[in-house]
Design a protein around this ligand. Structure first.
Ligand code: PMP
Length: 309
């Protein structure tokens, strides 16, 4: 008899449980105050190897563990434990397809008051099946948001905190309600930050330009990946610098990067077409290289791919 697929499993309060059983109280600190931080990690199914490859698992776990310091979070699981739990969840769920892992560290205490020091934290994680999160083929129509990007001194943007996604959801909602696919955030000083849940890259005169780590962005692991493969595999000059709003209209190519978004070309900004409305040549080259890296087909970067089975 064929083995039944057990369905999605979550890691919750130290145990592997069916996802329906992973529930928190309404009094949970993180639910009331937005005091959670999380990661999004993709696993790509590689058909030839009949395996799921987790992309840059170590770097994602490392970012989460470091950011726990900002939020005064201490959990019993080590980085190595978390890496193991991520892979184990996919095995236990029996998934052999593209997946997305969502590890979360959250203030789990049922107590009043927003302070985080001395408030108990826990780690949980779940996995879902996930294909494309946004269009990666025809190009996105994007708008500069009327919402400003959070300032790092208000809610730290380098922490992928649950509370900070209010900012992202307002911008993404505004963009969609106005008929666009995505939003671009400006900072309080008027320069470009990033998309609602993705970093931004601009190509201008053959150079690949992205906003620097101190520009109120989440310093994306996909962003770092793109910078490295652009330089090392394609020989492209990469520049980190502020980007002015109007450069978005006059640049040669524009695309978003992110674990969810992958490499998503932008077709227009505020209804101004880029590159005749077609994804640009360097964007397409980077996208193709990125997909081959995440699927484990680039020997130089094979160490970024952790097999699950
Ligand atoms: N910025 C924001 C606000 C995001 O939510 C994401 C998605 N995690 C990114 C950038 C891209 O980060 P990464 O490449 O690490 O997924």
């Amino acid at each position: 008899m064929a083995k039944m697929n057990p369905g999605p499993i979550a890691y919750f309060e130290g145990n592997y449980v069916p996802i329906e059983e992973a529930k928190i109280s309404v009094m949970t600190h993180a639910f009331n105050y937005g005091t959670g931080l999380f990661e999004g990690i993709r696993g790509y199914y590689n058909q030839e190897e009949d395996n799921v490859l987790l992309f840059r698992l170590k770097e994602h776990v490392d970012r989460m563990v470091r950011n726990c310091r900002i939020m005064c979070m201490e959990i019993p699981e080590t980085a190595t434990d978390i890496e193991h739990i991520c892979a184990e969840l996919i095995r236990r769920s029996g998934f052999k397809e593209d997946v997305y892992l969502r590890p979360v560290v959250y203030k789990s205490e049922c107590s009043l008051g927003p302070a985080v020091k001395g408030v108990e934290s826990r780690f949980c994680c779940y996995v879902i099946k996930l294909g494309d999160y946004c269009d990666t083929q025809s190009g996105l129509d994007v708008a500069v948001s009327s919402w400003r990007r959070l300032s790092d001194n208000a809610i730290p943007t380098r922490v992928k905190s649950t509370g900070s996604y209010i900012n992202s959801s307002l911008a993404a909602t505004e963009a969609r309600q106005s008929g666009f696919h995505e939003a671009i955030f400006l900072r309080e000083n008027g320069t470009v930050a990033e998309g609602s849940a993705m970093n931004i890259f601009m190509i201008l005169n053959g150079k690949l330009i992205t906003t620097p780590p101190n520009s109120d962005i989440l310093v994306g692991i996909t962003r770092n990946t793109i910078m490295e493969i652009a330089h090392d595999l394609l020989g492209v000059e990469v520049v980190e610098r502020d980007i002015a709003r109007t450069e978005l209209y006059v640049c040669d190519e524009l695309f978003f990067s992110g674990t969810g978004a992958q490499v998503a070309p932008v077709r227009s900004v505020d209804r101004r077409l880029l590159n005749d409305g077609k994804p640009g040549p360097l964007t397409l080259q980077l996208q193709e290289t990125y997909f081959s890296v995440v699927q484990g087909r680039e020997p130089k970067y094979r160490h970024w791919c952790t097999p699950v089975y």
